[in-house]
Design a protein around this ligand. Structure first.
Ligand code: ATP
Ligand code: MG
Length: 359
C-alpha cells in the first residue's frame, strides 16, 4: 500500500447504516484534509433495498471493488420483510467475513467519559476491554446449511487448529499493543465452555500452545456462563477476550449495553489481508430516516480503520489521525454532547458538528 493513496470501499447499506456512514464520511473528509492524508472513498451498492430493486443483495462488482480496496467501511444491512428467495436474511457483511477470511471480530468495549454507564467503580478505572469474536467457524459453521428434518434439526460446531491459532496470536498481539499504550500488563482470557464440549477443550489446548509464544502477557480461561456474570459484576477487570463465534455474538451485545448501547460499539472484522470496519449495530428500522441515529460507533470504527491502515504501512499520519478522531469523540461527549439513545437531544448532524469542531 503506497502512502497517501489509500482506497476505502464504502458500503452504507440500509436504514441508519446510510445515515451513520454519511456522517462518518463527512468527519473523515475533514480529518484527511487536516492531516494531509490521501484517502479516497468509493461508495458501493449492496443491501436489502438494493436486493428489492435489483434482485441482488451483493453484486459481484461491489464485492470485487471492496476486495481490491485497502479497507472496507460498512454501515449496516438488512430490513424487516425483505428476505432472499430462500427465506434467509440479507447479510452481505457475512459474505465478506466468509469470502475474505475475516476471522477476528474485534469489538472494543470502552466507556466514554461523560456517557452514562450502568456500572462504574471509580477505584477500578473505567471499562476498557476488547472482545475478539472468531467470525468464520464455531457455531456459525453450518450457517444456512444445517440439517432440518420433520423431527429434528442439527447444526455443527466447528473449531479448527489453524483458525484458533490465528485468533489466539491476533489476541496476544493486540494485548501487547494495548499493554504498551495503557502502561499495564496485558492479559488474554479465552472464553469457552471446555467443561462440556470437547471442541472447546481442543480450542483451549491450541490457545495454551500459542500463549507460550507470549511470555510477557498473562493468559487464562473463563467459562462463557461465568463470563456473562463477571462482565456485569466487574467488567473493568478484563483486557482481551477471544471467544467462539456465537459466544462472541451474544457477549458483544451484552458488552455494548455496559457502555451506553449499540450506538457506542465499534467493530472490525479482520483477516490476514482484508478488513471490514463497521458499527456493531444493525439498521434500526425504528429510528431510520429520522436523523437521530448515533454515529459514534461508526466514527470509532473509522478510527480503528485508520489505525489498522497505519499498521499496514499507510504511514504514521494515519495513526495520528486515528488518535485525533478518538480524542475528538471523547472530547465532544466529555463536554456535554448527548445523543437520543442516551436520553439527550443531539441528532446525527449535531454529533458531526461537535466532533468536526474538535479536529
Ligand atoms: P441486527 O439483526 O442487525 O443485529 P438488531 O435487530 O439487533 O439488528 P439493531 O439495529 O442492532 O437491531 O439495534 C437495536 C435497537 O437499538 C435499534 O432498533 C435502535 O432502537 C437502537 N440502536 C441501534 N443502533 C443505534 C444507533 N446507532 N443510534 C441510536 N439507536 C440505535
Ligand atoms: Mg443484533
Amino acid at each position: 500500500m503506497a502512502a497517501n493513496s489509500v482506497r476505502v470501499a464504502v458500503l452504507p447499506g440500509d436504514g441508519i447504516g446510510t445515515e451513520v456512514t454519511e456522517a462518518t464520511l463527512a468527519v473523515l473528509e475533514r480529518l484527511t484534509r487536516r492531516y494531509g492524508i490521501g484517502l479516497s472513498t468509493e461508495t458501493l451498492p449492496a443491501g436489502a433495498f438494493h436486493y428489492q430493486a435489483t434482485g441482488e443483495a451483493f453484486p459481484e462488482a461491489s464485492f470485487q471493488a471492496a476486495k481490491s480496496a485497502d479497507a472496507i467501511l460498512l454501515g449496516a444491512m438488512g430490513w424487516p420483510g425483505i428476505r432472499q428467495a430462500d427465506g434467509t436474511e440479507i447479510a452481505p457483511q457475512l459474505d465478506l467475513r466468509f469470502r475474505l477470511g475475516l476471522y477476528a471480530g474485534v469489538r472494543p468495549v470502552r466507556a466514554i467519559p461523560g456517557v452514562p454507564v450502568a456500572l462504574a467503580d471509580p477505584r477500578a478505572g473505567g471499562i476498557d476491554f476488547v472482545l475478539v469474536r472468531e467470525s468464520t467457524e464455531g457455531l456459525f459453521h453450518s450457517r444456512g446449511t444445517g440439517l432440518v428434518t420433520e423431527d429434528m434439526a442439527e447444526e455443527t460446531l466447528r473449531i479448527t487448529r489453524a483458525t484458533t491459532e490465528k485468533l489466539s496470536r491476533f489476541s496476544f498481539r493486540l494485548a501487547e499493543r494495548r499493554a504498551a499504550r495503557l502502561g499495564r500488563k496485558g492479559r488474554v482470557t479465552l472464553v469457552d465452555k471446555a467443561n462440556v464440549f470437547r471442541a472447546f477443550a481442543f480450542m483451549r489446548a491450541v490457545f495454551d500452545g500459542v500463549a507460550k509464544e507470549f511470555p510477557g502477557i498473562e493468559s487464562g480461561h473463563h467459562y462463557v456462563d461465568a463470563m456473562a456474570l463477571d462482565l456485569v459484576r466487574h467488567p473493568w477487570a478484563f483486557d482481551v477476550l477471544p471467544t467462539e463465534n456465537m459466544f462472541g455474538d451474544i457477549l458483544s451485545d451484552l458488552a455494548a449495553g455496559l457502555v451506553g448501547g449499540m450506538g457506542f460499539s465499534p467493530s472490525a472484522d479482520i483477516g490476514d489481508e482484508h478488513a471490514v470496519f463497521q458499527p456493531a449495530h444493525g439498521t434500526a428500522p425504528d429510528i431510520a430516516g429520522k436523523g437521530i441515529a448515533n454515529p459514534t460507533a461508526t466514527l470509532l470504527s473509522a478510527a480503528m480503520m485508520l489505525d489498522w491502515l497505519a499498521s499496514r504501512g499507510a504511514g504514521g499520519a494515519f495513526a495520528e489521525a486515528a488518535a485525533e478522531l478518538e480524542g475528538a469523540v471523547d472530547g465532544a461527549f466529555a463536554t456535554g454532547l448527548r445523543t437520543a439513545d442516551i436520553g439527550g437531544r443531539d441528532d446525527t448532524a449535531a454529533v458531526v458538528r461537535a466532533v468536526s469542531d474538535r479536529l
